[in-house]
Design a binder for this molecule. Structure first.
Ligand code: ATP
Length: 249
């Protein structure tokens, strides 16, 4: 592992009920990159993120963050889960959700102080949600909920950000503002890892990519490996009629 590696995954195999869904994954993610994890439905993208976040126990393999364990580095790691996996009926306000992002810094027992509240309010502004602080999260639209969860990740002041499909169900304007925030994080040297579905925007949004379908099909710089051959290998046995990135020849 080199010094500029944020996350290093070695020999990772994960199974649900004895059925492997990730097989022998080796992947290094460089510090200060904005990386897309791309692959068809059921390819194991969310499982890969969950395994990295210690939410699933792998059969084999190890994952290190800055050369150390998840437990030691967890305060440097922020996670925005897939929207569908969150209980949005939980009675809490947008501001409360964002302030929860500070708990890692202040501990669960201490109260949120003035400076933490200011950080939360500033993050809400940054994601364009000013004025919604007191709104129950169940009464926000899908895109607004997504932005509040992004604000929660921002206040963690992490080094590595995991986002599971942050553009799902958001409008074009919100998508642009989210990607701009992620690019700014990358420009500040943070590492941002995003499960992403839209092949049309990969080149515009990301500098690195990992093609996943149970195994790592290919990983590296978008400029070097985002091509028809790798896309076809990754989506093999699936229909290609729904995208025409490289035209038909
Ligand atoms: N808790 C679980 N128990 C059993 N099988 C699961 C579980 N979670 C996911 N799977 C299966 O593991 C495989 C990988 O799922 P995963 O959610 O990681 O895929 P994904 O690439 O994120 O898919 P999508 O693009 O549809 O979100 C799928 O076949 C899925 O059905």
């Amino acid at each position: 592992m080199r010094n500029n590696t944020a996350v290093s995954i070695n020999d990772l195999t994960v199974a649900y009920d004895d059925k492997p869904v990730l097989w022998d994954i080796d992947l290094d993610i460089k510090k200060g990159t904005l990386m897309a994890i791309v692959g068809p439905n059921g390819a194991g993208k969310s499982t890969l993120i969950k395994a990295m976040l210690n939410l699933i126990k792998p059969i084999t393999g190890c994952i290190s963050f800055f050369g150390s364990s998840y437990k030691k580095e967890r305060s440097k790691i922020a996670y925005v889960p897939q929207r569908g996996s969150v209980d949005w009926d939980f009675p809490t306000t947008a501001l409360d959700v964002v302030e929860m992002g500070r708990y890692g810094k202040i501990g669960w027992i201490k109260r949120v102080g003035k400076s933490d509240r200011k950080i939360a309010v500033d993050a809400i502004k940054k994601v364009g949600m000013e004025g919604f602080e007191k709104r129950q999260i169940s009464q926000l639209s899908g895109g607004q909920q997504q932005r509040i969860f992004l604000a929660r990740a921002l206040v963690q002041d992490a080094e590595i950000y995991f986002m599971d499909e942050p553009f799902q169900g958001v409008d074009a304007k919100t998508e642009k503002s989210i990607i701009n925030i992620l690019k700014k994080l990358r420009d500040k040297g943070k590492t941002v890892i995003v499960v992403h579905h839209d092949l049309q925007t990969v080149e515009e949004y990301f500098d690195y990519i990992a093609f996943i379908n149970v195994a790592v099909i290919s990983s590296g710089k978008v400029k070097e490996i985002f091509n028809r051959e790798n896309i076809e290998k990754t989506y093999k046995n699936r229909s290609f009629t729904d995208f025409s990135l490289f035209g038909s020849d």
